[in-house]
Design a protein around this ligand. Structure first.
Ligand code: HEM
Length: 500
């Protein structure tokens, strides 16, 4: 008897799954848009390619095959035209960040940080608090000496490691990630974060922190592509499992839980450790804002925003730096190293070198640190807001445009869009030319939800690249290897270091 019931339940489930697939494929309002069959019935395809690190290339091929609008999931459309990019990420208040960003919202209260804020009103408030308190141009300038200190530490570790390495060839992926992580950890939490003079990842508590951040980011972004998976990851038993504290052999807490514990002490229990030191930091700039000021945040909010900035900044900057060094070390890059060295002799600081700026931008365009499409949801009033749409999109439709695809668009960048050519940033005619290039540069996204860490990243990248090429001639030993080409997920990038 129980076998009969099981069979009936199984058959009912099968009918439900098949009916849903048939509905999604043939009757869903998005069925009129072209795309792979599997994508129209499940998000698993997107998840699979994302985890492989090839989603951007797959989506580019799909656009070449099907045109500027492709159905990439049962409820998702991908757009490839620059005009559509502008409409999705520009100033349209009817297009919001949806459930994809749930991983960065508080599971209990639903509260958001600046990155995950859903509505424009909520986001405006967070932006005033975070950027206004700690990331204005003058704040960023004040952080420059901290960056300089970390650049020097990085150079000395590269010096030792490259001298010891066979043929002076180093895999720079991990050291670059460590440099980026440690710089941001101190910029954000201040010098009291580490109780020794060592950067955080070199301390006993920092053991495993780089791998832990790589895993966190892979799964957080990846799972977001499948809403049900994202839901499973946010349930208490799974959260307990993934947030389980880790300890080293001596019983000292390590990994993300150790960092979170130290950050809680600094920001929530004994904020004097942050505000009582002379050195500026992002947390200090936030904590000194007084109640009553529109930029004031409760300590708990500051804690969450700081963690979010670390999450957003360290991996993307590491990916950008690895990509720049790999390009500079390529056959084409050797001459650009010489040009940077010679220009650096004529300017007061690295940020004034136009050649270096061109190399940094072109490398980020070519090997985008986030080769991703950041999804948005259509709200009432925005059904026809995206350029190229012919019929109203249902409210709740997920829309996105991959910045890597736009960055490699031949219509926008010319027939050489697939080549690394820093000169395209130098052969510019007047202010109009500069503006047109800036409009096309979408690596940091655009509009009100564009990157708030752009200035700080550019400062770090120019300082560190100038320091490296001034000390060494670098030569790439081959392609970058990665299983997931998303932010810091580069696993291997060989560089030969020869002292100048
Ligand atoms: C090469 C480095 C970086 C790249 C390529 C990059 C790229 C981006 C992109 C594409 C977005 C839009 C994301 C979306 O629409 O969901 C974004 C947003 C954001 N980025 Fe960055 N980013 C970088 C560095 C940083 C750094 C260093 C920080 C922090 C210090 C940071 C903090 C943020 C935050 C908080 C947002 C959300 C902004 C908002 O919604 O108002 N990023 N970034």
């Amino acid at each position: 008897m129980s076998n009969t019931y099981s069979l009936i339940i199984f058959q009912l489930l099968l009918i439900a799954v098949l009916s849903r697939a048939v509905y999604r494929r043939f009757f869903h309002p998005l069925h009129i848009y072209p795309g792979p069959f599997l994508a129209s019935i499940t998000n698993v395809l997107k998840f699979y390619y994302y985890m492989q690190g090839s989603l951007h290339v797959v989506e580019q091929e799909l656009h070449q095959q099907h045109g500027p609008i492709v159905r990439t999931g049962p409820n998702s459309l991908s757009f490839s035209s620059p005009e559509a990019f502008e409409s999705i990420y520009g100033f349209n208040h009817g297009i919001e960040k949806g459930d994809f960003y749930a991983f960065a919202r508080d599971k209990g209260t639903g509260a958001s940080n600046i990155f995950s804020a859903r509505t424009h009103a909520e986001h405006r408030d967070r932006r005033r608090k975070v950027v206004g308190a700690a990331l204005t141009a003058s704040h960023v300038r004040s952080y420059s000496p901290i960056v300089a200190k970390h650049v020097q530490q990085f150079l000395s570790s590269l010096s030792t490691a490259s001298a010891d390495a066979k043929d002076n060839v180093l895999n720079i992926a991990e050291p670059v990630h460590a440099f980026s992580f440690n710089t941001f950890a101190e910029l954000i939490y201040g010098p009291s974060l580490s109780i020794t003079d060592q950067p955080w990842s070199d301390t006993a508590s920092g053991e495993g922190i780089l791998t832990a951040f790589r895993k966190l980011s892979t799964f957080a972004w990846g799972a977001s592509h499948i809403p049900s998976l994202s839901w499973i990851f946010s349930t208490s038993p799974v959260l307990k499992m993934t947030r389980k504290p880790t300890f080293n052999a001596a019983g000292i807490p390590t990994g993300i839980s150790a960092l979170a514990g130290r950050a809680r002490l600094l920001l929530l229990e004994d904020p004097n450790l942050v505000t009582g030191v002379d050195q500026p930091s992002i947390a200090k700039s936030m904590l000194v804002i007084e109640k009553g000021n529109s930029r004031y945040m409760e300590p708990g909010e500051t804690y969450k925003e700081c963690f979010n900035l670390l999450f957003a900044g360290q991996g993307s900057t590491a990916a950008a730096l690895t990509g720049i060094l790999e390009r500079l070390g390529s056959q084409d890059g050797l001459a650009w190293q010489d040009m940077i060295r010679s220009e650096l002799k004529q300017v007061n600081e690295a940020s004034e070198s136009k050649v270096l700026d061109a190399v940094v931008r072109e490398s980020m365009r070519y090997s985008a640190p986030f080769p991703s499409a950041f999804p948005r949801e259509i709200q009432p009033g925005a059904e026809m807001a995206i350029a190229g749409v012919r019929t109203p999109l249902p409210v709740g439709t997920v829309v996105a445009s991959n910045s890597w695809i736009v960055s490699h668009d031949k219509g926008l960048w010319g027939s050489d869009a697939g080549l690394w050519k820093p000169e395209r940033w130098l052969d510019v005619k007047g202010d109009a030319g500069k503006k047109s290039l800036e409009d096309k540069f979408v690596v940091f996204s655009k509009g009100p939800r564009g990157c708030i860490g752009r200035d700080i990243t550019m400062m770090i990248l120019t300082q560190v690249v100038a320091a490296i090429v001034s000390k060494w001639r670098i030569e790439s030993t081959g392609e970058m290897k990665s299983s997931a080409w998303l932010e810091m997920q580069i696993e291997w990038c060989g560089l030969k270091f020869t002292k100048i």
